[in-house]
Design a protein around this ligand. Structure first.
Ligand SMILES: [Zn+2]
Ligand SMILES: [Zn+2]
Ligand SMILES: [Zn+2]
Length: 170
């Protein structure tokens, strides 16, 4: 489909000693015809000296890789998932920008939506600022009792849906 980019996968916690060639070779054993995937970027891993790799995969390869929950690279198993290029600001919790580009000076808590930074939260309840604002401004009727980072947040799901339209899944 012209104008659309390929979907992405993310490989978790690959040791930084692993080379691009080793990853490409490992991925090739899970896909039918071997074509190198494009590495988009790497994120800091959860374990020391590891990185998450985000790679774009043509539809055919993407669908083949998506069937696996873990794949082997150099005889170790690593978690693999679809990666969604959806930005959410860790400062104000809004979508479509990151903390670096945030125009706000006072934070919104990602747990209770109060005006403090998420790491200082002492609240014993959860409130999603995005769903609350959507209900107030757009007349939606979302459940608001969850964290802004919740993967089942209706606003997050809407972002995923919009993102998916920009990729050539079909
Ligand atoms: Zn922001
Ligand atoms: Zn809070
Ligand atoms: Zn929400």
């Amino acid at each position: 489909m012209p104008g659309k980019r390929h979907p992405s996968i993310i490989l978790y916690d690959l040791p930084n000693t692993i080379t691009d060639q080793e990853v490409q070779e490992a991925l090739r054993t899970y896909t039918e015809d071997g074509e190198n995937l494009r590495t988009r970027f790497k994120l800091k891993g959860r374990k020391p000296d590891t990185s998450h790799w985000v790679m774009e995969a043509p539809r055919q390869h993407f669908l083949q890789l998506k069937r696996f929950r873990k794949i082997a690279v150099n005889w170790n198993m690593f978690q693999i998932k679809e990666f969604f290029h959806v930005k959410r600001c860790q400062f104000c919790q809004a979508f479509s920008h990151t903390r670096q580009n945030c125009k706000y000076t006072v934070p919104n808590c990602g747990i209770c939506a109060d005006r403090h930074s998420t790491s200082y939260c002492r609240s014993n309840f959860q409130l999603c600022i995005n769903c609350e604002e959507s209900n107030r401004n757009s007349g939606t009727n979302h459940n608001i009792r969850h964290r802004a980072t919740d993967l089942s947040c209706p606003c997050y799901k809407k972002e995923i849906k919009a993102y998916k339209k920009t990729r050539d899944y079909l």
